[in-house]
Design a protein around this ligand. Sequence first.
Ligand code: PRX
Length: 665
Amino acid sequence: MSSSSSAIESVLVENRVFEPDARAREGARIAGMDAYQALCDEAAKDFEGFWARRAREQLQWTKPFTKTLDESNAPFYQWFADGELNASANCLDRHVGTPVENKTAIIFEADDGTVTHVTYKELLARVGQFANALKAQGIAKGDRVVIYMPMGVEGVVAMQACARIGATHSVVFGGFSAKALQERIIDAGAVAVITANFQLRGGKEMPLKAIVDDAVAMGGCDTLKTVLVYERTASAWNRVEGRDKTFAEVLAGQSSECAPVPVGAEHPLFILYTSGSTGKPKGVQHATGGYLLWARLSMQWSFDIRPEDVFWCTADIGWVTGHSYIVYGPLAAGVTQVVFEGVPTYPHAGRFWQMIERHKVSVFYTAPTAIRSLIKASDSDAKVHPKNWDLTSLRILGSVGEPINPEAWMWYYRNVGGERCPIVDTWWQTETGGHVINPLPGATPLVPGSCTLPLPGMQAAIVDETGHDMPNGSGGMLVIKRPWPSMIRTIWNDPERFKKSYFPEEMGGRIYLAGDGAVRDAKTGYFRITGRIDDVLNVSGHRLGTMEIESALVAKTDLVAEAAVVGRPDDLTGEAICAFVVLKRGRPTGEEAKAIANELRNWVAKEIGPIAKPKDIRFGDNLPKTRSGKIMRRLLRSIAKGEAITQDTSTLENPAILDQLAETN
Ligand code: PRX
């Protein structure tokens, strides 16, 4: 394993501790550190009982489970395996006949500012009707359905409708390319794709359905029979006869009542592709029961959700944050939430603050990258500074996806939270299904830049390469020592890769290796995440594999001979992608280099998606290699950062190449 460049290097060292204020503590589910400790002790004493009690309290089971955790086939752990339930029933039907029924489930704000309210009862009817439409298309329990949708109520309905009939959804972020979509349709063996004609973001109309057509045209999508198209805009699109149907066509005449199909707790609720250390994305498979338990319970613990809250998670449903904290957690918890179609900077960079005021948002959950870009925007234009809006409805703030640097933390705390809202910095991953390490708003004293302590029941630790605990104050690898209900079950189609990636033999094969480096504070034991320890980058909170980008670059066979990709710290995006490229035709300079760099950037956008475009592309006659031909990435990382090379270069075959690569093209 190599060590990746860590995220933003912080200038501000902030050692102050921010105690939860009375407003956060009063009436909190977990009020104070004693209450937190009591839950941790309960889990330590009776691990299975702890989770079994929570699973019975939190979820409605059509068939109760009798066995909590099955470790007989570790690391393929199973939770509540003989129980049966339905995820959609646990998000919607459970509220029928309760005060939640007529409450607003979703406040949808469109890109153009149009607002629509959907109650829980209405959402249930829409999900039921859509589920019936899916059934009428021959889609059934166990089928895989790819969802390639804009942010909106329809995407949430599509996911919930799949869950209702036991179909496994695989959402592909709307910013991914045709190639990325094709790979996912093939790997998942999807029978249907649910999409929209266009998506609207920042006042622009961007095609989705046309990209589905391109993906299919690339070949290999043999399992795909149906494409359902939501007509988001009035613009024309090309229909493939026999395969494509509009939402209006398939919904016509369908009843809004559809009995939820009970599934086993281990039934795959969804597959979500994410980047790993190799070129091929991993299909992270999640199970219905354990995942849903934690989606609901972590909403309650981490955000201390209350009936009157208005929750807003700004993620996209294409990422795990959107799955757990838009589509499943908030609905299962019966909270009112905002769903936003657009971008934070349109029509102006005060949009988030304006929306918080408009919808009286009380719990706001966003990513450090968004905060940093809005700091920058309000520094240059005082009109978009949060102080221009009334943000007093806010009670709790959240952060997710990447380390939040203390500068951004302090700004968020002061200018958005008015120095009264705890910031819940949540460390977790696609694989963990939900939160793992974060403060509890009514209990944990906060330290900017630290995600503080593991949630009760989560056995997070820091170890060395052989799985032994590191003392506090010394850095190491972040692991989770015991299984937990919402954990990844396997990698779809690749159980061997699942074992190898997450449960290394050197650590005994049963400890979950997160792929992040971390250090615990010598005194408090608080965790601080130092960044990935594998070849995965985190750019604006988006996870990308260096190998994935390298594969995309070398796929441009007419131009590229070799490519190596590394990350370097970036003030705005956390990490930035830096690519070192050797061309077949020799090293370009000047205008030619600029033109080719642009061509390669656009190529990567087509192969993966615009989020994977390298910020920096440098050309060389060669790459720094050892005599055995291994690319020395640590040297490339130093060059990318603009650092002087201090490492040992004696094993390098071609040391002169370092100077050449250090020159900016
Ligand atoms: O490196 C960690 C970083 O994001 C990775 C997980 O990415 P993904 O699966 O896309 O899920 C993102 C949303 C949960 C982690 O391995 N990461 C996530 N949250 C934090 C973080 N790094 C530091 N602090 C966080 N709060």
